[in-house]
Design a protein around this ligand. Structure first.
Ligand SMILES: [Zn+2]
Length: 452
């Protein structure tokens, strides 16, 4: 009996002195779990099928938030709640655009930009003027622009390697084009879709009006070429626009927040985020259903593996990244009002393709510290951890001094589908999705374990 007690005592002591699993082992466990899990993939399937076009204020946005809320509750997250706030909203009911030439009407594939003004009920018919830049509109001036529909048709610069740079090369036309044209007296604006393909999908997006709002829409690149060619061949081409949209001064909506409590520092929050809204014309698979289900998967991985996080891990499904970024500002305000200690925030909103790396918007010392984890993640497809941007939703937290990070994937296909009906579930590959969840969970594990 004494011998047995001694043996038990010895065993319990040696148990205590067993080394903790190495980081390599824990990360291997994370990927062993995630590469056999279809949970995130199935969640994405649901969002795309039952809640496509989930712009803020839409019924679909409510379906999406409720679905993910139930998911977190079933997962056994310690704290799941809707963070309510009010914001303006906008809704597009329909967009019809055509051009008229030699008594023929040719329909164009178009989607209104948000928050476009509606046209009169019977539409708007006007002469069209094609331009290549904002400066051209300013130079043409009121005398040449007034009463016309301005057609911005400068293509993106495809020679750039990163497609986010390709996007930036023409995005001024969409974001500022309607504002500049309105100031010159234009009655409407068409914008060539900002995307990497010549195809028939219009890519919508937000536009930044100042004082005057006018109807405005994106047309597909195929249709932009068609209109431009028609204008080259014939004089007197007119464009007809019919947009039915509604603007709401104030609606109530919410961010979805789910926490798993930290064992040592429960009041310090490591945020992992995506945005739950998508444009009205899009299932929003890559933008940003993927980011949401990956962020949600990080919590699942921590729960299932019992990773015993020291700090609380907080998943945020932000509302309204696309139109007014009201969810981002609402969480900032919530953090300030409640003195929330946001320790670090990581956002996934750059597509769910093959992993590339993490970019960090923080001090050099934090960047140096986190980039040391590169070697541990390199076997799982991470090519870099370096200084860079983070995400639109977590961006406002920078003013509170919160270190920010963005998860990056191979960008080559992202601008094919961004903000369009082409961004469907089948464009997401399960293994690429899983590797994203795994790498996000792994880097959060390391940041939580070693601190900043
Ligand atoms: Zn997005």
């Amino acid at each position: 009996m004494r011998k047995l007690l001694y043996l038990l005592l010895l065993l319990s002591i040696s148990n205590l002195s067993f080394p903790q699993n190495s980081d390599e082992e824990v990360i291997r466990d994370i990927f062993d779990n995630v590469l056999l899990s279809d949970v995130a993939y199935n969640n994405l399937d649901y969002l795309c099928e039952y809640a496509p076009g989930r712009l803020l204020g839409s019924e679909e946005s409510v379906i999406a938030v409720n679905f993910m809320k139930e998911y977190f509750e079933n997962l056994g997250a310690d704290n799941v709640f809707l963070q309510e706030f009010s914001t303006p909203a906008w809704k597009c009911n329909s967009t019809e655009v055509s051009f008229l030439v030699a008594e023929k009407e040719v329909k164009l594939r178009a989607d209104a930009l948000g928050p476009s003004l509606s046209t009169p009920e019977n539409g708007l018919l006007a002469d069209v003027i094609e331009v290549q830049s904002l400066d051209e509109v300013k130079t043409l001036g009121v005398e040449n622009i007034k009463g016309k529909i301005v057609f911005y048709n400068r293509p993106v610069n495809l020679k750039l390697v990163n497609t986010f740079s390709v996007y930036s090369s023409a995005i001024d036309q969409r974001y500022y084009g309607p504002r500049v044209a309105a100031e010159m007296g234009a009655v409407g604006v068409l914008v060539r879709s900002v995307g990497t393909r010549i195809d028939t999908f219009p890519h919508t997006g937000s536009t930044g009006f100042k004082d005057i709002k006018i109807p405005c829409a994106a047309i597909s690149t195929v249709d932009a070429n068609l209109l431009s060619t028609a204008m080259e061949k014939e004089n007197g081409v007119k464009v007809k626009m019919k947009i039915d949209a509604e603007y709401f001064e104030q609606i109530n909506t919410y961010n979805l927040i789910a926490d798993i409590k930290g064992s040592e520092f429960p009041d310090e929050y490591i945020i992992v985020a995506g945005h739950i809204d998508s444009w009205f014309n899009s299932p929003g698979a890559h933008d940003d259903g993927v980011g949401c289900v990956q962020a949600a998967d990080v919590l699942r991985i921590f729960k299932e593996l019992g990773l015993n996080n020291r700090r609380s891990i907080r998943a945020i499904m932000y509302m309204d990244e696309e139109l007014f970024q009201s969810g981002a500002n609402a969480y900032l305000k919530y953090s300030e009002d409640n003195s929330i200690n946001n320790y670090l925030a990581l956002e996934a909103d750059a597509g769910g393709f093959t992993p590339e790396g993490f970019s960090i918007d923080a001090s050099d010392s934090i960047v140096n510290l986190i980039s040391k984890y590169y070697e541990l993640l390199e076997p799982y497809g991470i090519n870099y951890i370096k200084k860079g941007g983070s995400g639109v939703d977590i961006g406002p937290l920078k003013q509170l001094g919160v270190p920010l990070m963005g998860y990056r994937t191979d960008p080559q296909r992202y601008m094919d589908l961004h903000h369009s009906a082409y961004d469907t579930f089948d464009k997401v590959h399960i293994r690429e999705l899983q590797l994203g969840s795994g790498n996000m969970a792994a880097i959060i594990y390391l940041i939580d374990k070693y601190g900043l």
